[in-house]
Write a protein that binds this ligand. Structure first.
Ligand SMILES: [Zn+2]
Ligand SMILES: [Zn+2]
Length: 440
C-alpha cells in the first residue's frame, strides 16, 4: 500500500515536471477580454473574435512595434509559432507592415466591457476608459499603409508613459472615491491614486489590493450613501418608529427629468439629496449592503441583509409579488389584484392598513413600478414621467398619515438603451440615486 502511495506521488511530480518543461506555444491576449486569456494558435484567436465580438486587434512585438488591424482581415493573416519559439505574422494580401517578428502580445478591442474604468464627476460620466484604449495610448502613430483597400496602422511605443486619466486636472477634488467591482469603497487622495493605480493589461487595481478591480473613480461623489439607510434602521426602537419607503429606480437623473417636465408630483415636498448606491447598482445588492456583494449567494438563507441585525419585534415589510432575500420578519406580498397594470396601488393599500397597527417599530414599503415602467419604456419616457407623478401620491399620503420619522430612498437610476431602460453598470445614471429624511 505504502509503496504504491509513494509511486503515485512520484508520478504526480513527474507529470508536473514534464508539464512545466512542455513548451507549448502560448500567446497572451490583453485589452477588452477576461484576465489570463491565452491562445495556442490562430484558430483560438478566431474563436475569441466571434465570442467577444472583437473589432480591432493591436499586435505588439517585443521591439514595441504595434500594428492595428480590423478583425475582418483575420483570415488573411498568418499567425505562426516558429521553430525558434517566436510568434510571427505575415500576409499575402495585407500591407507589408503586417509582417511582424517576435510578437509579445495581442490586445483586442471588443464588446467585453466588464473592466472598463469609469471616471465620474458630480454631474457627468466624464470618461470611460477601456483596457484596449489604455494599451493603445502607450503607442504613437507611425503611419498607415493600404493594399487591396485594406488599411493597417502602424504604431511605435511612446518614450514617456502618459497618465491616461485626466485626474491631473486641477479642478478635481483632493479626495476621490474609488469603487471596486467587489462593491468595496475606498477614499483616496488624488496624489495617492496617481501613485498607486496599476494597470494589469485587462483591468486596473490599487497597488496594495491587486485582486480587487477598480470600476469607478468618483470625483465630487455624493456624501450620502444608501448604506446610510442601514445605519438609520439600526437606531429604530419602539420610541422612535420609522417608516422607510423604497422607491425603486428613482435615480437623480430620473427625478431631475421629472422636475424639468413638471411631473414631479408630490415628490416636490421632499428634500431629495443625491446619494451613491452600492455597486453593482441592482435592487438585490441594495438589500445586501451589509454583506459583500461579490459573494452574494441568493440561495444562502443566512446571507445578511439590511434587516438581519435588527433587534426589533414589530417590523412590517411590504413587497410586490416576490422577494429576493431571506427575512426573519413577515413580508406581505402584493399582486396586481385590480389588474390596472401596476402593483403599487395594492402596495399602498396594504401599507395604509399597517399604519393603524399598534406598536409598529419599522414599516418598510417597496414601490417597484417606476423601475418596471422605466425598463419597459425608457427612463425619460412619458410613461415613466406619469408613473413618477402617480407613485408620488401614494408616498405623500403615507408620510402624511404616518406623521413620524421617515426615510425615502431609491436603489439606483436607469440609463437608456435604444427605447428601453436598464441599470447595473458603472454609469453615473445607474449609480447616482436619492435619499430624503425627515426626523421629528
Ligand atoms: Zn431596483
Ligand atoms: Zn430594475
Amino acid at each position: 500500500m505504502g509503496k504504491y502511495y509513494i509511486y503515485s506521488i512520484i508520478i504526480i511530480f513527474l507529470s508536473f515536471f514534464l508539464a512545466s518543461c512542455d513548451s507549448k506555444p502560448k500567446l497572451n491576449i490583453y485589452g477588452d477580454i477576461p484576465t489570463n486569456t491565452i491562445i495556442m494558435d490562430s484558430e483560438n484567436l478566431k474563436e475569441l473574435i466571434n465570442q467577444f465580438q472583437i473589432n480591432n486587434l493591436l499586435i505588439v512585438t517585443k521591439d514595441a512595434i504595434a500594428v492595428e488591424l480590423s478583425s475582418e482581415y483575420i483570415n488573411e493573416l498568418n499567425l505562426i509559432y516558429e521553430n525558434d519559439k517566436k510568434w510571427n505574422t505575415g500576409s499575402e494580401t495585407l500591407p507589408i507592415t503586417t509582417n511582424l517578428k517576435d510578437i509579445a502580445f495581442i490586445a483586442v478591442e471588443s464588446s467585453y466591457d466588464k473592466y472598463r474604468l469609469a471616471l465620474f464627476t458630480q454631474t457627468e460620466n466624464q470618461e470611460h476608459i477601456t483596457p484596449y484604449q489604455k494599451i493603445k495610448s502607450e503607442y504613437k502613430l507611425v503611419g498607415t499603409s493600404t493594399l487591396n483597400n485594406r488599411s493597417i496602422t502602424k504604431y511605435a511605443k511612446k518614450d514617456k508613459k502618459e497618465h491616461i486619466l485626466s485626474i491631473k486636472n486641477s479642478s478635481m477634488s483632493d479626495t476621490l472615491l474609488i469603487i471596486h467591482t467587489s462593491g468595496k469603497e475606498k477614499l483616496i487622495t488624488r496624489e495617492n491614486l496617481l501613485k498607486s493605480i496599476k494597470f494589469h493589461n485587462t483591468h486596473w487595481s490599487l497597488k496594495n489590493t491587486p485582486t480587487d478591480t477598480i470600476t469607478i473613480i468618483w470625483d465630487k461623489y455624493p456624501r450620502n450613501s444608501i448604506k446610510d439607510v442601514y445605519t438609520k434602521l439600526k437606531e429604530v426602537n419602539s420610541d422612535n418608529p420609522l417608516m422607510c419607503i423604497f422607491v425603486d429606480g428613482l435615480g437623480v437623473n430620473i427625478i431631475e427629468n421629472a422636475k424639468s417636465h413638471n411631473k414631479i408630483g408630490f415628490f416636490e415636498k421632499y428634500n431629495f439629496l443625491s446619494a451613491r448606491t452600492v455597486y453593482p447598482p441592482k435592487t438585490k445588492y441594495a438589500y445586501f449592503v451589509v454583506g459583500n456583494p461579490l459573494h452574494l449567494n441568493e440561495s444562502d438563507q443566512k446571507m445578511k441583509t439590511i434587516f438581519s441585525n435588527l433587534k426589533l419585534n414589530q417590523v412590517e415589510i411590504i413587497e410586490e409579488e416576490k422577494t429576493y432575500y431571506p427575512s426573519k420578519y413577515p413580508i406581505t406580498l402584493n399582486t396586481d389584484k385590480n389588474q390596472n397594470g401596476t402593483k403599487d396601488d395594492e402596495i399602498y393599500h396594504t401599507a395604509l392598513n399597517k399604519l393603524s397597527q399598534q406598536d409598529i417599530e419599522l414599516l418598510f414599503v417597496h414601490f417597484h413600478s417606476i423601475d418596471d415602467i422605466a425598463h419597459k419604456f425608457g427612463p425619460y419616457s412619458i410613461q415613466t414621467l406619469n408613473q413618477i407623478e402617480y407613485v408620488s401620491n401614494f408616498v405623500f399620503d403615507l408620510t402624511q398619515k404616518w406623521g413620524k420619522d421617515f426615510i425615502i430612498f431609491s436603489d439606483h437610476g436607469l440609463h437608456s438603451v435604444d427605447n428601453y431602460g436598464t441599470h447595473g453598470i458603472n454609469l453615473l445614471e445607474d449609480m447616482n440615486t436619492v435619499i430624503a429624511n425627515e426626523f421629528k
